[in-house]
Ligand binder design. Structure first.
Ligand SMILES: *[C@@H]1O[C@H](CO)[C@@H](O)[C@H](O)[C@H]1NC(C)=O
Ligand SMILES: *[C@@H]1O[C@H](CO)[C@@H](O)[C@H](O)[C@H]1NC(C)=O
Ligand SMILES: *[C@@H]1O[C@H](CO)[C@@H](O)[C@H](O)[C@H]1NC(C)=O
Ligand SMILES: *[C@@H]1O[C@H](CO)[C@@H](O)[C@H](O)[C@H]1NC(C)=O
Ligand SMILES: *[C@@H]1O[C@H](CO)[C@@H](O)[C@H](O)[C@H]1NC(C)=O
Ligand SMILES: *[C@@H]1O[C@H](CO)[C@@H](O)[C@H](O)[C@H]1NC(C)=O
Length: 452
């Protein structure tokens, strides 16, 4: 594994660029995420809904205070009866390899929206929600306690161990890892593990996340990590998009850099936005524009906070904000998703595929546009109307081509008007997550990704 990474470092010329990192700065190539759109340009509704469901689960009840709810109890038997978790379409993610102790073969979904390291434990099979054949042998130091997270519809449980965790040749020693006994949110994807890249404050285990350990153990001197998330554009021949505008996908070039940034992957000077609350990588969001316009009413409704989340596929906006955003896209229709079964229905927005709205999010006074290829998740087939129990919609979909917007509406934390800004956005903007930005406080920075 390490030799592959070294090759990729040399091939990409990481050290020739004027990166501020004088310390080890290591890159992990990340395989690309699957698109929801079929080759015909229509939306794979099942995959999309399962993914949205999972995102909502991930954020449900996960406030700073309640996330680590049951972490304090002593370890229970690892052999208690477990619920079979439904695989929630979690193949839509970016992942890379890592090792724990002397065992390799773990594939991590690097997730800035959480802060624990989850690996499949020896008894966590498919029936317990884990995937793949690689299992942790519980060879680290047993902490004698467990971590669990309860969602609306299930739970994640595991035993805490201290062990060495290595990604891209950088080892965090005595790192807390959670050896899963029961999992949720994994599927038949290649990622059998999850690496939380958020702050310790939201760690269910209460312990420092991997990257913080690297900082504390002086494995990196530049206290930042960065993501370049490519786009499978070549796999998105949506009918309303001029084919000549579709470049070859950059998905295969996706990468994460630990301890620095890769200046070959972005252009211009990154715009730095201070983190408002270090839990998620949470920053103030000034507003959302459609075709560069935002009226006064919107400026109030749109304003909020954003969790910048590499582990979420799309963007979730608060309900009221979404209403004002989509009011500016002619023909847009809200579709409540009662079928997801939650206490509060998420709302999907669809719009005529003939439109190609230029939607941008404003952070730190700068507008960051989302390419229409990313904003448009694909065209709906008429059976979607039937699926959501709306016969009128079914007949509308027969007459007009409607596409699904990559902004869905759901109130995550209404008090803060919290958005979740995921890969739809991050495919356009190289993102840098700094623990110790210019003013000594954490910040997220964005710069234009190359080849977008
Ligand atoms: C979404 O999750 C709920 C549980 O909260 C489950 O009942 C439902 O079947 C899920 N729907 C989809 C489409 O995955
Ligand atoms: C689990 O045990 C470790 C090691 O003793 C300790 O540091 C940690 O705080 C414990 N976690 C909980 C949730 O009690
Ligand atoms: C880890 O422990 C298992 C038994 O639990 C053992 O079979 C395996 O060889 C160990 N692996 C390493 C790399 O130490
Ligand atoms: C896309 O890739 C193919 C195969 O590598 C190549 O022939 C073609 O020129 C590329 N197109 C663009 C627009 O880069
Ligand atoms: C989209 O809007 C942003 C401002 O919100 C602007 O900077 C950008 O140039 C626009 N893009 C296109 C293609 O019009
Ligand atoms: C059904 O869809 C139509 C649009 O086709 C919409 O106007 C109507 O509000 C929808 N009904 C419900 C109950 O969502």
């Amino acid at each position: 594994m390490q030799s592959i990474l070294v090759c990729s470092l040399l091939a990409a010329g990481a050290f020739s660029a004027p990166t501020p990192a004088t310390s080890p700065s290591q890159k992990v190539p990340l395989p690309k995420r699957a698109a929801f759109a079929r080759s015909t340009g229509t939306l794979d509704t099942t995959a999309y809904l399962a993914n949205l469901n999972h995102t909502i689960q991930k954020y449900s009840g996960k406030s700073l205070r309640s996330y680590g709810i049951s972490a304090k109890h002593k370890r229970q038997s690892a052999k208690e009866a477990l619920t079979d978790q439904i695989s929630n379409g979690e193949d839509e993610l970016y992942y890379g390899p890592g090792s724990v102790g002397a065992e390799s073969g773990f594939t991590f979904d690097f997730d800035t929206g959480s802060a624990d390291t989850f690996i499949p434990g020896p008894s966590c099979g498919t029936a317990q929600g884990c995937v793949g054949t690689v299992k942790y042998g519980n060879n680290g130091t047993d902490e004698g306690n467990t971590t669990s997270i309860t969602y609306g519809s299930g739970s994640v449980q595991g035993e805490n161990y201290y062990d060495s965790v290595t990604v891209a040749g950088l080892t965090a020693k005595h790192q807390n890892v959670i050896s899963l006994t029961q999992a949720a949110g994994f599927s038949s994807s290649n990622a059998n593990s999850l690496m939380g890249m958020g702050f310790q404050a939201i760690a269910a285990s209460g312990q420092p996340p991997y990257f913080k350990t690297l900082i504390d153990q002086k494995q990196v001197t530049t206290q930042e990590f960065s993501f370049y998330l490519g786009r499978a554009a070549g796999e998105f021949p949506a009918p309303m998009i001029d084919k000549s505008n579709i470049k070859n996908g950059t998905g295969a070039k996706s990468e994460m850099t630990l301890g620095g940034r890769d200046t070959s992957k972005f252009t211009g000077t990154p715009v730095q936005v201070a983190v408002s609350t270090p839990g998620y990588w949470q920053i103030p969001l000034d507003g959302v524009k459609v075709n560069a316009i935002e009226d006064l009413v919107d400026q109030i409704a749109d304003k909020g906070q954003a969790a910048i989340d590499t582990g979420t596929t799309i963007i979730l906006a608060p309900l009221l904000a979404a209403t004002t955003i989509f009011a500016r896209i002619p023909g847009a229709i809200p579709v409540p998703l009662a079928l997801l079964g939650g206490a509060v229905e998420p709302i999907l927005y669809i719009y005529p595929c003939a439109m190609s709205p230029n939607v941008s999010i404003t952070f730190g006074g700068t507008d960051f546009a989302i390419d229409p290829r990313d904003f448009n998740l694909g065209q709906l087939t008429p059976d979607f109307g039937t699926l959501v129990g709306n016969a009128t919609l079914a007949s509308v979909l027969k007459k007009t081509a409607y596409c699904v917007a990559a902004i869905a509406a759901f109130d995550i934390q209404p008090a803060e008007n919290l958005y979740v800004v995921g890969d739809t956005f991050l495919k356009n903007w190289y993102s840098i997550y700094s623990y110790n930005a210019a003013n000594g406080s954490p910040a997220v920075s964005f710069a234009k990704s190359v080849s977008v």
